[in-house]
Write a protein that binds this ligand. Structure first.
Ligand code: PMP
Length: 432
């Protein structure tokens, strides 16, 4: 089929009739599918059930250094869990704090502390007239929600295939002291699946922010979440790069085992310079006597070391890869060459990012919903839920079983076609 933009009105009207018929047929199936959030599927969760067996009433619950993990204490994490998370995050174990069950919680907490108490002695953000944050778009809605919650102005910066547009980032942070941070998902980014190039990471580490309390919020949520064994993205380790660049305190790095073991029941961690960690610990020791050491021990006993974790991630990949490949195959087959959408082909992570023609995303998502398939809301990948182009849609293939996913992806492509035809016809009417 030729590109839709080359079709005459008559051809488009004919096509619309055909698509409408197909859409009605799909509606008649009364589907009830959810492709909205990047959750692991049941089979993925089953992979970690062995974790339930590594501890029982006879198990010795002492950590390597003799700490009784059943009792209070140990602020930053038991040594063997620090080592495991350090290997996963590619940083030395003494540059990490282990937290509770959610890295998002740690990010919230980091913003909250900066807001009430400031960063390493600088003015708390709550005492400033204006605080701004850079948001790489399309990006992760829950990041944007945190800064928005604190009344911080979110400023979109475009995500390129190589990472954030660094020309814009460098200029903005150098000029404006009100900009205190940037939200980044550097590897298999949410939602594009792209990873930052070496040049991007090097430029990040060499930023010259006007604000001395500016920090890069480096959310490496998908650090070991590859889909392929032999074709993997690698990125430069940011903490070491910041140190090399003479900016050791510039970054906070976050990660968790949410999509390694159990989402909501994993281990979250923050890695940073020793100076930053000292600053953070002043708050942490007031906040808690220590996080869940039994869970830390359970993770180490189950994975043993980073090799066990990497092996475990291969099993996740075996479940996820066919899902990603099937969605990509359907997108290629149904939409390839039509000129009504572009999409990413990630080698890891949890998402595919799809861009419709300008002004179509909301209608596509709404048409999908009316036929029983829930997608992530259009606009969610932009601060405030407002995509100025109304074009970006995040596709999350992980959760539905393969067969449901096939139907959902087919419905999605049908809705993209249907809404695009309507849009092109409306454009023709407007031009007359
Ligand atoms: N960061 C990113 C980029 C994510 O995609 C997600 C989960 N969807 C999270 C953080 C949440 O992580 P956690 O479960 O550790 O809070």
């Amino acid at each position: 089929m030729k590109p839709y933009a080359e079709m005459t009105r008559e051809e488009l009207l004919e096509l619309k009739k055909e698509l409408k018929g197909k859409y009605k047929d799909m509606q008649a199936l009364a589907l009830k599918l959810d492709m909205s959030r990047g959750k692991p599927c049941t089979a993925q969760l089953d992979l970690s059930m062995g974790m339930m067996a590594v501890l029982n009433e006879d198990t010795e619950l002492r950590s390597e250094d003799g700490t009784d993990c059943r009792n209070y204490g140990v602020l930053t994490g038991i040594p063997e869990a620090l080592e495991l998370m350090g290997d996963m995050m590619e940083v030395p174990y003494d540059h990490i704090i282990l937290y509770g069950n959610s890295s998002l919680n740690v990010m919230y907490d980091t913003i909250s502390r900066s807001y009430t108490h400031g960063v390493m002695g600088s003015t708390p953000w709550c005492k400033l007239d204006k605080v701004k944050f850079l948001c790489v778009v399309p990006g992760y809605d829950r990041h944007f929600a945190i800064t928005e919650y604190f009344g911080i102005e979110n400023i979109p910066v475009p995500m390129l295939p190589t990472g954030p547009d660094m020309n814009i980032v460098e200029k903005l942070v150098a000029e404006d002291e009100a900009i205190k941070g940037i939200w980044c998902v550097p590897k298999y980014s949410n939602p594009t699946g792209n990873s930052y190039s070496d040049e991007t990471v090097r430029r990040m580490a060499r930023l010259k922010p006007a604000a001395k309390d500016f920090r890069i919020y480096w959310d490496n949520a998908y650090t070991i979440h590859h889909l392929y064994d032999h074709d993997q993205d690698t990125i430069i380790e940011i903490l070491a790069e910041c140190k090399r660049a003479g900016n050791p305190d510039l970054v906070y790095k976050f990660a968790s085992t949410s999509k390694v073991s159990f989402p909501g029941s994993g281990i979250a961690a923050l890695a940073s310079s020793l100076n930053n960690l000292e600053d953070i610990k002043k708050q942490l020791k007031v906040q808690t006597i220590g996080h869940d050491k039994v869970n830390q021990l359970r993770h180490v006993r189950f994975f043993e070391d980073i090799h066990g974790m990497v092996e475990h991630m291969r099993k996740h990949a075996d479940i996820l890869r066919p899902k990603f490949e099937m969605v990509e195959e359907i997108l290629d087959r149904e939409l390839g060459g039509l000129g009504i959408g572009t999409w990413t082909k990630p080698k890891g992570g949890y998402f595919i990012s799809f861009d419709t023609l300008e002004g179509c995303a909301k209608k596509v998502v709404s048409r999908c919903a009316k036929a029983g398939v829930i997608m992530t809301s259009a606009g969610a990948t932009w601060p405030g839920g407002k995509d100025p182009h109304d074009s970006n849609i995040r596709i999350a293939p992980s959760f539905p079983p393969l067969n449901d996913l096939r139907i959902a992806a087919e419905l999605f492509t049908l809705c993209v076609k249907y809404v695009s035809v309507e849009k092109l016809l409306a454009n023709m009417d407007a031009a007359e």
